[in-house]
Design a protein around this ligand. Structure first.
Ligand code: CS2
Length: 498
């Protein structure tokens, strides 16, 4: 029987040999990075790269202080604290082998909702050089119809009135930057790690809008002084399951309350635009480039869009995971065709990347049977994802008279999902989305007006006004609502009607 070791700093040396662990001295590290949004993705990606960097370089300056802004972050705060901020990354290879590494780069954690002044002070400390963010695609607070900062958000209104007790990320960044400016310190770099095209520019535009309203002079200072590098981030990171926790304990002897699982693949392409220094992440596999846009677009429109294609179609068909979809030849072929016929043709070439090979590698990564990435995770917050992942491909194909039908069926499936909330076998599908009720209401009008869902402007803009696309979509919704058989419709698109 394997003996079990509770994960913490003191026990690091007692872990079984099969578990890799940090050998650098964590005790005197300085948190040069404050990171807001310590979910699975941050822990499998930036914290992973930073851990490798600390291991390799011996640097003392680039530890990470995690920050959660909401009450809901209390659990991760507690778990990390009880484990001296250590956690295990469980890397699952397609052949079934598993690599485990304890990550040591996070050295502290603070809760903004409990101690706003403390978090602001931490961000304003001269040793903080970078504030990085994973606040999800939906966290940027822009009005989807206009792209402008949404001042109607009650939390934003709260932050404008209470600059010292903010709730939103924009309130915290503004308060900390004000403090630095007033103290004559250089600003930190703000580094977005979310799946949004031009994520740095987006963060910049939103923050300048907010800060400029709160204090126009400060807004101008931020505009002139702060760097917001754009980046493409990539590593598939499913939700940790109780089984993952159990297997780590049983098979590796590590008792970790909240490990993270991920695939072996990992990519980070960053614009080298940091105002106050940065870790040399390029020594551990990150890539620094002048212009990240082609990489971002490729990833969002092939990988993330590919996930959404499988997620929405697969959910109403009754599949549970991305690898279940890839194991089903109909879904695999459909994804390949979507990439070949619709997403691929509207992408610019990417220097140093063979797009054919990139697409093939996605099928392989999605097919990794060990990952079991749930379609429920993929379908979370689709209203923030589809406009970034899928709609640009549709719009560009409309403009150049290209094919749109593979993507149109995905929108029809999303309508069905939002309306019925069940798969074809009647099993419940949860709609988890900030726009849940609006999506449901729009979709529920489909029986009266086949275009009702597509007319929902906050998500689709004016897409329903394009006659040809509207007709294509209407035909698909009609058939889906009468037959509830998405597989048959996918088959028809791929091979024609029999
Ligand atoms: C996924 C992403 O949320 C989603 O819909 O497509 O989380 C994806 O797994 C990551 O971006 C991979 O890098």
């Amino acid at each position: 029987m394997t003996t079990t070791t509770r994960l913490n700093q003191q026990n690091l040396t007692n872990l079984p040999d099969s578990v890799e662990r940090p050998t650098y001295d964590r005790s005197g590290l300085t948190a040069g990075i404050v990171h807001i949004g310590v979910g699975g993705f941050h822990r499998s990606h930036e914290a992973f790269y930073t851990d490798e960097f600390l291991e390799k370089s011996g640097s003392r300056d680039w530890g990470i202080c995690g920050v959660g802004l909401r009450e809901g972050d209390g659990k991760i705060a507690e778990v990390l604290k009880s484990q001296d901020y250590l956690y295990t990354l469980i890397i699952k290879h397609p052949d079934g082998s598993i690599q485990t590494r304890v990550i040591g780069s996070i050295i502290d954690f603070m809760l903004g909702c409990d101690d706003p002044a403390g978090v602001i002070a931490r961000m304003a400390k001269p040793t903080t050089k970078i504030v990085s963010l994973t606040i999800t695609e939906g966290g940027y607070n822009f009005d989807p119809a206009t792209g402008a900062f949404d001042f109607r958000n009650p939390e934003v209104r709260h932050d404008l009135k209470n600059p010292d007790h903010p709730k939103t990320v924009f309130g915290f960044l503004t308060a900390a930057l004000r403090k630095r400016r007033d103290e004559g310190l250089p600003p930190f770099t703000i580094q977005s790690c979310d799946n949004i095209e031009h994520n740095g520019d987006m963060t910049r535009n939103m923050l300048i809008a907010f800060a400029g309203k709160a204090d126009p002079e400060l807004g101008a200072w931020i505009e002139n002084e702060v760097s917001f590098p754009n980046a493409m981030v990539d590593r598939i990171t499913p939700v940790t399951t109780p089984q993952d926790v159990k297997s780590l304990e049983e098979d590796f002897g590590v008792k970790d309350e909240w490990p993270v699982t991920c695939e072996p693949f990992c990519q980070w392409v960053i614009e080298d635009n940091f105002s106050d220094g940065r870790p040399q992440w390029e020594t551990v596999g990150a890539q620094f480039v002048e212009n990240v846009t082609p990489y971002e677009t490729m990833k969002l429109r092939l990988l993330n869009a590919g996930h959404s294609v499988l997620g929405l179609l697969g959910s109403i068909h009754g599949h549970a995971t991305i690898n279940d979809c890839i194991a089903d030849p109909l879904f695999e072929t459909y994804l390949r065709r979507f990439m070949e016929v619709e997403a691929g043709p509207v992408l610019d070439p990417v220097e140093g990347i063979d797009l054919g090979r990139y697409k093939a590698s996605l099928i392989e990564r999605f097919g990794n049977p060990a990952i079991k990435d749930s379609l429920a995770r993929i379908c979370l917050e689709s209203s923030a994802k589809i406009p970034k992942f899928v709609l640009p491909t549709i719009r560009e194909n409309i403009a150049r008279k290209g094919s749109t039908e593979f993507a149109a069926l995905v929108l029809a499936a999303w309508c069905y999902y939002s309306d019925k909330g069940t798969d074809r076998n009647g099993n419940k599908l949860e709609l988890v989305d900030a726009m849940k009720s609006e999506l449901h209401q729009a979709a529920a009008r489909t029986s009266k007006d086949k275009l009702a869902f597509l007319k929902f402007r906050p998500v689709f803009g004016d897409l329903a006004e394009n006659k040809a696309f509207a007709a294509e979509y209407t035909g698909m919704v009609e058939e889906l609502y009468t037959q509830s058989d998405i597989a048959r419709q996918m088959q028809a698109l791929l091979f024609g009607r029999e």
